[in-house]
Ligand binder design. Structure first.
Ligand code: VOV
Length: 247
């Protein structure tokens, strides 16, 4: 049996993709819409406060294309907290004007492929990566992925050193995008239908295309990467959200 990589886990993640029921929104009375917007603003502020208190983080983006209209990406200490916020939001008037489009449950993960020495949890940089404040970059890109397990292309049958060498090469490509793309890798084995969620943040959306394309030529992606649907979107704040919903 090959040696499993050791992983460190941080905050739990929920990517909550929703579509807006535009017909219901259009048909609602002005005061109902106003109340729904107030509730939405209340939640956005509450989530910002949680972030301020370093008890979690939330990113809010619109989604371009027909897969969804917006996404809330929440990071919290426990699955219970994620569930509670999801349920609290679902009880709002505004949530009644949305339909579920897709969701993804995972946990922020670091592996020991690049392992340093000493107790990693004593390293503030590691802790900051496990419990990250999500960047407020102009754009988000999310997709789930697996490492392939097919015939002779089986990631899970490779030895640790071989995997480590490939992850090193992966990391070298990623490093070229330092300052342009920030990645949050969340593990989802046992939690959701794919093995990892990849969430990228950038001010220039073309950097997503360039990074993902360059990685396609790297062995770990070229030979062992299988990918789900891609979601790409634009940063929303309270006023942009209100503008998006204005009729
Ligand atoms: C933005 C740049 C960037 C950088 C710097 C970077 C670096 C690194 C390092 C150093 C490591 C290993 C240690 C750790 O931190 O876990 C990883 C780990 C991982 N990555 Fe990565 N990755 C990036 C970006 C990046 C992208 C764009 C993708 C999607 C791949 C693609 O083809 O679309 C990805 C995937 C992953 C995954 C799924 C893992 C876990 C794999 C596992 O088997 O455990 N990643 N990644």
């Amino acid at each position: 049996m090959s040696e499993a990589a050791q992983t460190l886990e941080g905050w739990y993640a929920l990517h909550d993709f929703r579509a807006i029921d535009w017909q219901a929104w259009r048909e609602a009375d002005d005061d109902v819409r106003a109340h729904a917007l107030d509730e939405l603003s209340g939640f956005l502020r509450e989530w910002a406060q949680t972030e301020e208190n370093k008890q979690g983080s939330t990113a809010v983006y619109s989604i371009v294309g027909q897969k969804a209209d917006f996404v809330f990406m929440h990071l919290r200490e426990t699955l219970e907290e994620l569930n509670d916020m999801e349920t609290a939001f679902n009880k709002t008037l505004f949530a009644g004007f949305t339909k579920p489009a897709y969701s993804y449950v995972s946990v922020v993960e670091l592996s020991n492929y690049m392992g340093g020495s000493g107790d990693p949890m004593e390293n503030p940089e590691v802790v900051a990566r496990l419990k990250p404040i999500l960047p407020k970059a102009s754009h988000i890109c999310f997709y789930p992925m697996n490492k392939r397990r097919e015939g002779s292309d089986n990631w899970y049958m490779l030895g640790m050193e071989e995997r480590r060498a490939m992850m090193r090469s992966h990391g070298m490509i990623g490093r070229k995008y330092a300052g342009k793309v920030k990645q949050i890798i969340t593990g989802s084995v046992g939690f959701d239908n794919w093995e990892w969620g990849v969430t990228l943040f950038a001010d220039d959306p073309l950097q997503f295309k360039k990074l993902v394309y360059e990685m396609r030529f790297d062995e770990v992606s070229a030979r062992y990467g299988d990918f789900g649907d891609f979601y790409v979107g634009n940063l929303l704040d309270e006023s942009k959200f209100a503008a998006m919903l204005k009729l």
